[in-house]
Design a protein around this ligand. Structure first.
Ligand SMILES: Cc1cc2nc3c(=O)[nH]c(=O)nc-3n(C[C@H](O)[C@H](O)[C@H](O)COP(=O)(O)O)c2cc1C
Length: 349
């Protein structure tokens, strides 16, 4: 990695916490963030994160061991709070001396944060609002990731821009990473100037050379425009859906048809409410795997963020990181006010 002194200075705190050279988290992506990609990220100086998805403790233990064979650098493990083996998964991370656990898919309670700490690991999680961010820090979370609705995969309701103003700017000094819709180094540098300690990127790494995603999956993302990366419409409040941002295809169309079918069966008395909800939840099961590993880009789930608008070629992890750092450095060289007070000079954003 070349030396970029200005951005390195802004990343000092994030790097100190992660043990990395570049405070960029490689956002965990189920089926994609496995040992090859994660070790490539950590070897490139950033911080890779393994996705445990629906894995059990044994499978996660093997994937961690495989990643540790490929990199000596720190990497994290992303655990979905709904996983029935949650505690066992945390224990496996602790036993295998993982440095950081990232809790996703809900708001973690103090018990699970304490369990992570009992192994000497650091705990990170997501916060969709200011009050939740404040509560999580009170419960001992080591850092938060603010992820806006532009991101790929499961998303919350608010955009990155709103979360920055509501959470980041109101929690000066707290360790916060920003995610959702990021790629350019200039943008990342500006967020660090506003107080973020680093950023998390996902979609761009789904399409990189080290990603094991099927060629057809990568091509579909590289060809897509941002406006086709959508969250599905919910047809009826009684049947709530989990918003997942993905590229439109037959699968997303089929989901609307499925909701219509369930609604009509429910209204005619043919199907109970709970069965209808369950059947909706099961609709997407396995469909990310189908797109990522089998290359079924027509019916599988093409999870991706709006940033596909800007991602146009497959590049290596190192090339992506170097470009971000060079863009950030150039931006800082031309925009950093000498006294460091961006408000007085009014140059940012
Ligand atoms: C294909 C795909 C799968 C994802 N799977 C997960 C996951 O398993 N756990 C998680 O916390 N986030 C998941 N995410 C979100 C990413 O970790 C990351 O936060 C997000 O992609 C960042 O926004 P961006 O896509 O705009 O870069 C996924 C994203 C994508 C695109």
């Amino acid at each position: 990695m070349k030396d970029y002194p200005k951005i390195r200075k802004l990343m000092e705190r994030g790097n100190g916490m992660l043990g990395s050279q570049c405070a960029i988290l490689g956002g965990a992506m189920t089926w994609i963030s496995e040992s090859n990609l994660v070790s490539a990220m950590s070897n490139a100086g950033m911080f890779g994160i393994l996705a445990s998805g629906a894995m059990n403790a044994d499978a996660l233990g093997s994937e961690i061991a495989l990643t540790q064979e490929k990199t000596k650098n720190n990497f994290g493990v992303n655990i979905i709070l709904l996983n029935p083996q949650l505690q066992n998964l945390v224990d496996v991370c602790g036993e295998r001396k993982v440095s950081h656990v990232i809790l996703a898919g809900g708001i973690p309670d103090k018990g699970i944060i304490d369990r992570i700490h009992s192994y000497g690991m650091q705990a990170l999680s997501f916060a969709p609002a200011l009050s939740i961010a404040q509560r999580l820090f009170k419960h001992g979370i080591d850092a938060l990731i603010l992820e806006g609705n532009e991101a790929g995969g499961h998303v919350g309701p608010l955009s990155t821009m709103v979360l920055i103003q509501n959470v980041l700017l109101n929690m000066t000094g707290y360790p916060i990473f920003v995610a959702g819709g990021l790629l350019r180094g200039e943008m990342i540098a500006a967020l660090l100037q506003l107080g973020a300690i680093g950023c998390q990127l996902g979609t761009v790494f789904a399409c990189c050379s080290e990603s094991i995603a099927h060629r057809a999956f990568k091509q579909a993302l590289l060809r897509a425009s941002g406006r086709t990366a959508v969250t599905p419409v919910q047809l009826d409040k009684r049947f709530p859906i989990t918003p997942v941002r993905a590229i439109e295809n037959n699968g997303t169309d089929g989901f609307i048809a499925k909701q219509r079918e369930i609604l009509s069966k429910f209204e005619s008395g043919e199907m109970a409410l709970d069965n209808g909800r369950l059947s909706l939840e099961h609709f997407w099961a396995g469909s990310l795997r189908r797109a990522v590993l089998d290359g079924d880009v027509e019916h599988g789930s093409l999870m991706a963020g709006q940033i596909v608008e800007v991602i146009k070629e497959e590049r290596s992890v190192t090339a992506i990181v170097e470009t971000i750092l060079a863009e950030a450095e150039a931006f800082l060289e031309h925009s950093s006010p000498k006294d460091g007070d961006y408000r007085k000079n009014g140059s940012i954003l």
